[in-house]
Design a protein around this ligand. Structure first.
Ligand code: AMP
Length: 506
């Protein structure tokens, strides 16, 4: 097996790697570092989680160690599709270059031009940027790309999805023809192939297995979900999500929840918060300082659940994410690979659970075709919702037949649900915060009954919900009646109630 010492890296880089605790190079590192150090172009087909960032950063630092930075003319350029990914590459650079004197600048939106200009004016060895921001600087005449000796394009497939390919082509054109190019993409779409044929010269091609999907360290599952009624779909789906999180119990130390739509990212995060979960949203419409704060909080453990869009979480490197929940099946099958690759990193174990609505079936087929295996079906903890079922019944069902794992987690859920309770009466809450099916009735079930082990029908009759809330006898009778004789109105004659109870008990 190749060792880092065999790779001809600068001793200062080797020292930093040892300090980072890396023992052996990952396949993409073993494959990409030797040709990169020889000055050759590299085409790496690898996704995040494979160690690809170090596969270009380590040889870059080694090669750049031999020269000096010049004002306004960075010697190398790393292009990333998102601010987060760029910030992460910058962090990696700091880790691996800590024993060298190399300098870097991070050019991303949301950070003032002034600070960035000052760095560029001084001269930097490595410029890490998103394409739009880089071109903004170029157009303001503050930057020359003619000194770029090494250019890295990271996550090219995402650049394609985000419409950055024309920018990338333009940036290629601004750098010297003699530059060395290290190009990374998780997939080779025809457009990506065209770019590599145009701008790379006889590259060494290294393709690494989709570790995230084939690796046994990620336990995957999909839960089929059919709403009881169209207008209750989102609330029921969020209830299902909470059950799925709770079902993981203590094993779920932190999680990323992916939603296909930004709007859902906000709604799901708000709803989870309302139920006492420590959740924050992250997507492209939030301002940069908030995104950075949220990510830092998630990395440090202050935030335990990150609700994210694909773009915002792209390339996010938090080595110990225990769970990924897909609130929707992604509409681009490849996103599934990226999403679940947020967990099970660096050889750790991870769990990825996905919710599949009937309308997601086609996307699920695409995902399974891509990963070439069937994702195991998991039982829906809410049961199979029938078309004529009310939301209350949907909420109650698991109470009658909950899995043991959920019950094990019950005290946690109780804490959260108790926390959720006072918030429900807040007058300033928006509609999104109080979705219809999550309002009083459905929540009554969750608040009061979920934490207790499922009672037998008799015990339930003896201890109705109203008693626990300290309400009047009349109210209690009404609740009892609601539970036992649905649709009989407020004044259920006692004899009817009695006969129902007796029949049930028998
Ligand atoms: P990346 O694919 O670059 O996002 O890296 C995924 C994770 O693997 C990061 O947390 C790295 O710190 C970690 N990593 C990279 N290379 C190695 C290695 N050779 N040994 C152990 N961990 C690594």
């Amino acid at each position: 097996m190749t060792q880092f010492n065999d790779l001809n890296l600068d001793p200062k880089v080797l020292k930093a790697i040892a300090e980072a605790g890396y023992e052996t190079p990952t396949p993409i590192q073993a494959g990409a570092i030797p040709p990169a150090l020889e000055g050759r172009d590299v085409l790496g087909i690898a996704q995040t989680g494979t160690g690809k960032t170090a596969s270009f950063t380590l040889p870059m630092i080694t090669l750049l160690g031999r020269g000096r930075a010049r004002a306004r003319m960075p010697r190398s350029l790393v292009l990333c599709p998102t601010r987060e990914l760029a910030a992460q590459v910058a962090e990696n650079f700091d880790t691996y270059a800590k024993h060298t004197k190399l300098t870097k600048a991070l050019l991303i939106g949301g950070v003032s031009f002034k600070e960035q200009d000052a760095l560029i004016d001084k001269g930097v060895d490595v410029l890490i940027a998103t394409p739009g921001r880089l071109l903004d600087h170029f157009e303001r005449g503050k930057l020359l790309l003619t000194g770029v000796q090494i250019m890295v394009v990271d996550e090219a497939d995402r650049m394609l999805d985000m419409g950055f390919i024309p920018d990338i082509e333009r940036i290629f054109g601004l750098t010297p023809f003699t530059r060395q190019t290290l190009f990374f993409s998780a997939t080779m779409a025809p457009e990506i192939e065209r770019i590599t044929n145009t701008f790379l010269s006889n590259p060494e091609k290294i393709e690494v297995a989709r570790a995230a999907t084939t690796g046994e360290n990620i336990k995957q599952g999909v839960v089929k979900f059919a709403p009881s009624r169209k207008d209750r779909e989102s609330a029921e789906k969020r209830a299902l999500l909470r059950r799925l999180i709770d079902a993981e119990g203590e094993a779920c130390t932190n999680a990323i929840i992916f939603c296909n739509r930004k709007m859902d990212v906000d709604i799901v995060a708000k709803s989870l918060k309302k139920y006492g979960y420590n959740a924050e949203p992250i997507h492209g419409d939030l301002d940069q300082s908030q995104r950075t704060r949220t990510l830092e909080g998630f990395r440090s453990g202050d935030v335990t659940i990150l609700v994210a869009s694909d773009v915002a979480a792209r390339g996010l490197d938090v080595p110990s994410v225990s769970h990924v929940f897909n609130f929707d099946v992604p509409s681009h099958a490849e996103d599934y690979v990226h999403r679940i690759g947020r967990t099970g990193r660096a050889g750790r174990k991870g769990t990825a659970v996905m919710i599949c609505s009937p309308r997601d079936e086609k996307n699920l087929e695409d995902v399974e075709r891509l990963v070439q295996s069937q994702i195991p079906r998991l039982d829906n903890p809410l049961g199979t919702t029938a078309a004529d079922e009310t939301p209350d019944e949907a909420e109650e069902r698991p109470r009658r037949g909950r899995s043991r794992r959920v019950e094990r987690n019950a005290p946690k859920a109780a804490e959260r649900d108790a926390k959720a309770k006072p918030e429900q009466s807040k007058p300033e809450q928006s509609k999104a915060e109080q979705p219809k099916a999550e309002q009083p009735k459905a929540e009554t079930v969750t608040e009061v009954q979920q934490p207790r082990p499922a009672p037998a029908p008799e015990a339930k009759a003896e201890q109705p919900r109203a008693q626990q809330r300290g309400r009047s006898g009349r109210d209690r009778r009404r609740d009892d009646a609601d539970e036992q004789v649905v649709g009989m109105g407020e004044d259920v004659p006692a004899f009817i109630l009695k006969s129902f109870k007796e029949r049930r008990a028998g």
